[in-house]
Structures are given as structure tokens and as C-alpha cells.
Design a protein around this ligand. Structure first.
Ligand SMILES: Cc1cc2nc3c(=O)[nH]c(=O)nc-3n(C[C@H](O)[C@H](O)[C@H](O)COP(=O)(O)OP(=O)(O)OC[C@H]3O[C@@H](n4cnc5c(N)ncnc54)[C@H](O)[C@@H]3O)c2cc1C
Length: 320
């Protein structure tokens, strides 16, 4: 059974840094906002981020997430734990089916909103790595060279060939270490002669026998196992897993998507569906916390300016 709710100015889907920042802005614009979050922000995986501005000693991802939630509460907002299962347009208004966390299937609530902002992020996909959560927490498995390349200066760095740019990440890591090894993923090489020459010129070692699995040694460092039976110890492994944007809600409404299913948005975060906005990792662009929060500021301000004015009533008695 579904229960209708009053219409919100904006429904924010996703409570990572993007969604939380947008909700803070919208609440400070005195907007009526609902934020629904399934709780899988990539921020939760970050042991310490050293590239987010304003934290000279670095900031653990979960701490930043908790601080943003507290900041939202300060302005009368809150996070509703749950999942938006479906999004549609009825009579010019967005209607979302929301399953509250832990609720039975028939606990679905309908949330109605004039605008919707998706900040649903991406899901990591790819190679199985033993105890991957612990390895990420320890820093021996890393998913984001832009985020933490500086933190592995002069380490033994292993990189797997990426789907779209097989050598790009290995070359990128040469900025940070002279000891970079690229591992092929499958029996058919992904590298042409130009790629091999580029690797050789940059001094990147190449292991052509396909990567089969990755285990962790007693010190939690990665050991890469290849099809020829060899074991290759490293200090840190960037699997270049690939990502899948969680853009299904928007795509089903006809929003334009690009490679890896990321949403195409304009400078304000507007998708091709009027009233539907998207920010952060789910959109085309650099997947970084600072980018998500910057996009949130732009989109929230644009949404506020596009909605009917929020006119403040006069105080009931003159201010002192
Ligand atoms: C190991 C690791 C280290 C990283 N290190 C850094 C770093 O040092 N610096 C940096 O700038 N970036 C770093 N990143 C990247 C950074 O985490 C992301 O760029 C950032 O979290 C993106 O924010 P977001 O709000 O777009 O998405 P996310 O933080 O991923 O949040 C999306 C949220 O939406 C929710 N959601 C999805 N679908 C639904 C739905 N249908 N209903 C309700 N909720 C939904 C998800 O559960 C999730 O909570 C790192 C990432 C990883 C994995």
C-alpha cells in the first residue's frame, strides 16, 4: 500500500557529499527538502582523504560524512535512510517510490516534489581482491589515482589495464614512483605497438601473462598472481575496476547519458529532463569530493532561483 505525502520543493536522492551539500544549501534557502539515502557513499570507504581542501592533516571519509549530516540538521534538514525505487512524472510533478530502510516491501511511501536532484554516485565493479574492504582501509588497495597518488610516493605500484585507456593510469602513476608495473587482464593483449613504446619510454614494466587474482601477504600488501604461475609482490595495487553510474532513475525518464551510463548535465546540473538535476559521481566528469560539493552549490542555487519565490512572512512582532 502506498501513502501520498505533501509536495517537497526538492527531493534529493543520495546522501554522499554531493547530496548532503545540496540539501544544506537548499535548507539555507529555506526550501522544503527531503533527502533519501541508501547509505553506500564512497566516502565511507576512504580511510583518510588528503586532497580535500581545508583539512591539512587529512580527513577520514566517515568523519566528513557525519559532519555534513550534522550541518544539515542544524538547518532543520535530515537524512531519511531508504531507497528510491522508482521515479516518474505525474501531472507535472515528480513522484518517487521510497522504501524506508528495513521496511517491508509494502512500506513504500510516495514522495512528491517539484524538482529532483540525483546524487546517487557510482558502483565500483571489477576484479575480485581478497578482503578488499580491509585492503582499502589499510591503503594497499586503492581506487582513485587522482585522490591519493601523492600518498604512495616511491612505492612499488601495480596497475591493471583499464577498459577504455589500457595504459593511461600506469603512465599517470609514473609521476609518483619510478617502480610502476602494468598487468594485462586477459589472454588477448590490450596493447598495440604505440602503447608498448609509450610504456617503455616512461619506464613502466609490463607483465603480459594475464592477472588471475590478488591476495594479501601477512603485512596486508598485495601479491598479484598471473596465469604463468608467477607471484608479483607490490606495495599498492590500483585495479582500475571501472565504475557504473547509478543513473537508472533518470535514464528511465529519458535523461541523456554518456559512456559508463553517467548523466549528461549542463553547468547548473540540469539533465535533459526539465526539473531533474544531477551532481557528483553520477554525472560525466572527475569523480572527486570537491567536484561533487561544487556541483551541489551550483545546482542548489539554480534550483532555488527557478522555483517559485520562497517569500518570507513578516515576523509576528517587530524585531527588538
Ligand atoms: C577508496 C576511495 C578513496 C577515495 N578517495 C578520495 C579522495 O581522497 N578525495 C576525493 O576527492 N575523492 C575520493 N574518492 C571519491 C569520492 O568518494 C567520490 O567522488 C564522492 O564520494 C562522490 O560523492 P557523491 O555524493 O557523488 O556520491 P557518493 O558519495 O557515492 O554517494 C551516493 C549516495 O547515493 C546513495 N544512493 C544511490 N542510489 C540511491 C537510491 N536509489 N535511493 C537512495 N539513495 C541512493 C548511495 O547509497 C550513496 O550513499 C574516493 C573514492 C574511493 C572509493
Amino acid at each position: 500500500m502506498t501513502t501520498p505525502s505533501p509536495a517537497y520543493d526538492t527531493l534529493v536522492v543520495g546522501g554522499g557529499p554531493g547530496g548532503l551539500t545540496a540539501a544544506i544549501y537548499l535548507r539555507r534557502f529555506t526550501r522544503n527538502v527531503a533527502l533519501v539515502d541508501k547509505g553506500h557513499s564512497r566516502l565511507r570507504l576512504i580511510p583518510v582523504s588528503h586532497n580535500y581542501p581545508g583539512f591539512p592533516e587529512g580527513v577520514p571519509g566517515p568523519t566528513l560524512l557525519a559532519n555534513l549530516a550534522v550541518q544539515l540538521e542544524r538547518y532543520g534538514g535530515s537524512v531519511l535512510p531508504g531507497e528510491i525505487l522508482d521515479l516518474r512524472i505525474e501531472d507535472g510533478m515528480f513522484v518517487a517510490d521510497c522504501l524506508p530502510e528495513g521496511g517491508p516491501a509494502d512500506a513504500v511511501t510516495q514522495l512528491r516534489a517539484h524538482t529532483v536532484l540525483l546524487a546517487t554516485g557510482v558502483a565500483d565493479v571489477g576484479l575480485p581482491v581478497e578482503s578488499w574492504r580491509e585492503a582499502i582501509a589499510f591503503g594497499s588497495l586503492r581506487l582513485c589515482p587522482v585522490c591519493d597518488g601523492f600518498d604512495v610516493l616511491d612505492k612499488r605500484i601495480a596497475v591493471a589495464t583499464g577498459e577504455t585507456n589500457p595504459i593511461g593510469h600506469a603512465l599517470f602513476m609514473r609521476t609518483f614512483s619510478s617502480d610502476v608495473t602494468l598487468f594485462e587482464r586477459g589472454p588477448a593483449s590490450m596493447l598495440d605497438d604505440d602503447a608498448r613504446r609509450s610504456l617503455a619510454a616512461a619506464g613502466v614494466k609490463l607483465v603480459e601473462s594475464p592477472l588471475l587474482s590478488v591476495t594479501l601477504d601477512a603485512a596486508m600488501k598485495p601479491v598479484l598472481h598471473t596465469a604463468d604461475g608467477a607471484e608479483h609482490p607490490a606495495d599498492v595495487f590500483y585495479p582500475m575496476l571501472g565504475e557504473k553510474a547509478r543513473s537508472g532513475l533518470a535514464a528511465r525518464l529519458g535523461a541523456a547519458t554518456a559512456q559508463c551510463e553517467e548523466l549528461v548535465v549542463d553547468v547548473h546540473g540540469a539533465t535533459s529532463v526539465p526539473g531533474l538535476y544531477a551532481i557528483g559521481d553520477v554525472t560525466v566528469g572527475l569523480n572527486q569530493i570537491a567536484v561533487a560539493t561544487g556541483q551541489a552549490a551550483r545546482a542548489a542555487t539554480h534550483i532555488h532561483n527557478r522555483l517559485p519565490p520562497a517569500l518570507r512572512a513578516a515576523p509576528s512582532r517587530p524585531p527588538a
